[in-house]
Design a binder for this molecule. Structure first.
Ligand SMILES: Cc1cc2nc3c(=O)[nH]c(=O)nc-3n(C[C@H](O)[C@H](O)[C@H](O)COP(=O)(O)OP(=O)(O)OC[C@H]3O[C@@H](n4cnc5c(N)ncnc54)[C@H](O)[C@@H]3O)c2cc1C
Length: 389
């Protein structure tokens, strides 16, 4: 009897995932593992492109992605670091403030490759990934079923589903229309890949605070011996961020690395939610990833949050197919509390003048900050950071 009931339920559940980014794809894998039918709609022609993300994640997050997708870490890890150097940029000088040392490694992953491998794995599990397909609307009928309207090759089509996962990323067009987001405020992150004709000497990522970015920071991440990713995140307009980045590369980077032999490769980047004003869903319509506006407020990192959301969503969907959103939200209460706490602290930091004030202050008496948990920096700083001078 029990098995008949569950097979009826399995047969009756069909899930539409809007967006084939890391959030949508990881969700699709876990939902397919439950035995449900899943279709992922992705507007672009290739999974993983256009690229936008740096790809720095904690060991815990990497392990969760590997556990969930079964992909091999050798194919996706480009570098690993156990410390960052925090730098202060004043109008004429880039100077060292202090180091941050992590208990666990932080991994630089290949964001394009990881999405393509996850997509492959999803297809192996029976997920139908429809590329070049834009979801234009989601409508709910009286019996609680969802009608997905999508555009493919200029034709408008539609299909019914029992459940919908909105994983459309930070732009949140559908999330707003579906009233999951009250308002939307995005910041921007823009970066450039810098290629050196000789070996550069950077072995750890640099986080740069000060005049480069009023509310966030810049970064320089060694990808390998002759490539660096240099980027800036801020709440300014993308054109202003692009100009700051170009200026930084011209004025400081060439001097700092003491090399004229560098070539600025492609620029890329994208939106980063800066508000946290969305809800996680209603009944059997849920949002995941940047579409839900949940990111780590200090850094803009979203991948850790996604791994936590996918786990919660899958557990909710396994047991509560009539009102997934409520159980999904309940399971995420501890994470949301942590992110909201961080957002309040981030606003306080902004109110006193941004990260540069804090960094300047701390640099007067510390050389190294020890951080136990990359994904919950505030707790580990408050609870257990040790200061060595
Ligand atoms: C410059 C930059 C650097 C970053 N660095 C880091 C980092 O180091 N570490 C970290 O953890 N996070 C980082 N992030 C954040 C991280 O990239 C995001 O949190 C993550 O990509 C969100 O994944 P997602 O699946 O929610 O959305 P996305 O990756 O944006 O995927 C959404 C997908 O949905 C598709 N889509 C949207 N609307 C529709 C529609 N209507 N129909 C069909 N398809 C649609 C889009 O084409 C896209 O492919 C960075 C972000 C930026 C911009």
């Amino acid at each position: 009897m029990a098995s008949l009931e569950s097979s009826i339920l399995v047969g009756g559940v069909s899930v539409a995932v809007v967006g084939g980014g890391i959030g949508g794809l990881l969700s699709s894998i876990e939902i397919a593992k439950l035995g449900f039918n899943v279709i992922v709609y992705e507007e672009h022609g290739t999974v993983g492109l256009p690229k936008h993300c740096t790809g720095l994640i904690s060991e815990t997050t990497l392990s969760e992605i590997i556990r969930s997708s079964g992909i091999n870490h050798k194919n996706i890890v480009k570098a690993k670091f156990n410390e960052y150097a925090v730098m202060l940029l004043t109008p004429n000088k880039l100077s060292m403030a202090f180091n941050i040392k992590f208990d666990e490694y932080v991994y630089l992953i290949d964001r394009v490759m990881i999405e393509q491998l996850i997509a492959q794995r999803a297809e192996d599990l029976g997920v139908n990934i429809k590329l070049k397909t834009i979801v234009s609307d989601v409508l709910v009928n009286r019996s609680g079923m969802y009608l997905i309207k999508y555009i493919v090759s200029r034709n408008v089509k539609s299909k019914m589903f029992t459940h919908v996962i909105i994983a459309e990323g930070a732009k949140r067009t559908l999330s707003s229309r579906l009233k999951l987001c009250r308002s939307i405020r995005n910041c921007y992150g823009i970066q450039a890949l810098i290629k050196f004709s000789n070996q550069h000497y950077f072995s750890t990522p640099l986080i740069i605070v000060g005049s480069l970015s009023k509310h966030y920071f810049g970064w320089m991440v060694p990808v390998n011996d002759d490539e660096l990713l240099v980027g800036i995140m801020d709440s300014n307009s993308p054109i202003k961020i692009y100009r700051s980045l170009t200026m930084f590369i011209k004025k400081y980077l060439r001097e700092f690395v003491n090399s004229k032999d560098l070539e600025v490769g492609e620029y890329f980047g994208g939106l980063i939610p800066c508000d946290m004003k969305c809800i996680l869903g209603v009944r059997n319509l849920c949002s995941v990833g940047d579409a839900s506006s949940l990111i780590k407020p200090f850094t803009g990192g979203g991948i850790y949050v996604i791994t936590r959301q996918v786990k919660a969503l899958t557990e909710a969907l396994r047991k509560y197919q009539d009102d997934v959103a409520t159980m999904y939200g309940i399971k995420l209460i501890p994470l949301i509390k942590m992110l909201k706490r961080d957002l309040i602290v981030k606003k306080l930091i902004d109110a006193i003048g941004g990260y540069s004030i804090i960094v300047r202050f701390l640099s007067n008496f510390i050389d190294t900050l020890k951080v136990k948990n990359y994904d919950d920096m505030l707790s580990s700083l408050l609870r257990g950071f040790s200061i060595s001078t």
